[in-house]
Design a protein around this ligand. Structure first.
Ligand SMILES: Nc1ncnc2c1ncn2[C@@H]1O[C@H](COP(=O)(O)OP(=O)(O)OP(=O)(O)O)[C@@H](O)[C@H]1O
Ligand SMILES: [Mg+2]
Length: 214
């Protein structure tokens, strides 16, 4: 589903990713870990097509990202969604309106039922009409996840989804991603918290100084 082959990414002539190769299978849940500055966010952005590799190949589904034309990026984004570290929600809109946006953009029908189902999935059905800026951090994280799953993507990328949450909310968010994964969605989570993947059956890719060490 996601294959990196000999990928290099440079910023200011420093190799942030230095000959990185790995494979994540369809339906897998994988963690990307490593110290701050190791390149975790960069790696997710490369999968999302918001950064391009300087060398090497990146295959995501049927897309070859080192050669992808700009006009094809919207097609890529139909199969890959990104839960950003800062959520990027529309703070002045309601929870419902935020989650409905991707469906409206795609010109989909049956928006109402699908949004309510997604909100139920993330246990926020009761907050549908609340303005996003009145929600807690954990609740906003769940709105961001509902918005990411609403279009039934094949791959969800999440950048430090528990970064600003207390342990209990963090566990809830991780359980939610595991549940999404059991429905067949490939999930890739960048995190520097080892407690989420220690003693789990999931794939762990550890980045250090631009290389994968596990
Ligand atoms: N757009 C950019 N321009 C220049 N340097 C960048 C850019 N994006 C990232 N970098 C540099 O690349 C390195 C890796 O950054 P990245 O954000 O991928 O790390 P990270 O592993 O996600 O770190 P953190 O755990 O702090 O989120 C850092 O040294 C960062 O300063
Ligand atoms: Mg990061």
């Amino acid at each position: 589903m996601i294959t990196f082959s000999g990928v290099y990414k440079y910023y200011d002539s420093v190799a942030v990713l230095n000959n990185v190769s790995f494979n994540i299978e369809k339906g897998e849940l994988a963690f990307i870990t490593g110290p701050s500055g190791a390149g975790k966010t960069t790696l997710l952005k490369l999968i999302f097509g918001s950064e391009v590799p300087d060398e090497g190949q990146i295959k995501v589904g049927d897309f070859e990202l080192s050669k992808i034309r700009h006009s094809k990026i919207p097609l890529l984004r139909r199969i890959v969604t990104f839960v950003f570290q800062d959520f990027r929600l529309r703070q002045d809109l309601t929870v419902f309106e935020n989650v409905a946006l991707p469906l409206k953009v795609a010109g989909e029908k049956e928006i109402k039922q699908r949004v309510l189902d997604a909100l139920k999935d993330v246990s926020l059905r009761h907050k549908a009409d609340s303005i996003v800026k009145t929600l807690s951090g954990g609740e906003q994280q769940r709105v961001a996840i509902a918005r990411a799953i609403i279009t039934n993507p094949q791959i969800i990328l999440a950048d430090e989804p528990t970064g600003n949450l207390d342990p209990e909310s963090s566990q809830e968010i991780m359980s939610l991603f595991k549940r999404i994964n059991t429905r067949g969605c490939t999930v890739v989570i960048a995190t520097h918290s080892p407690e989420f993947f220690r003693n789990t059956p999931y794939k762990v890719l550890t980045l250090k100084e631009g290389k994968i060490t596990t």
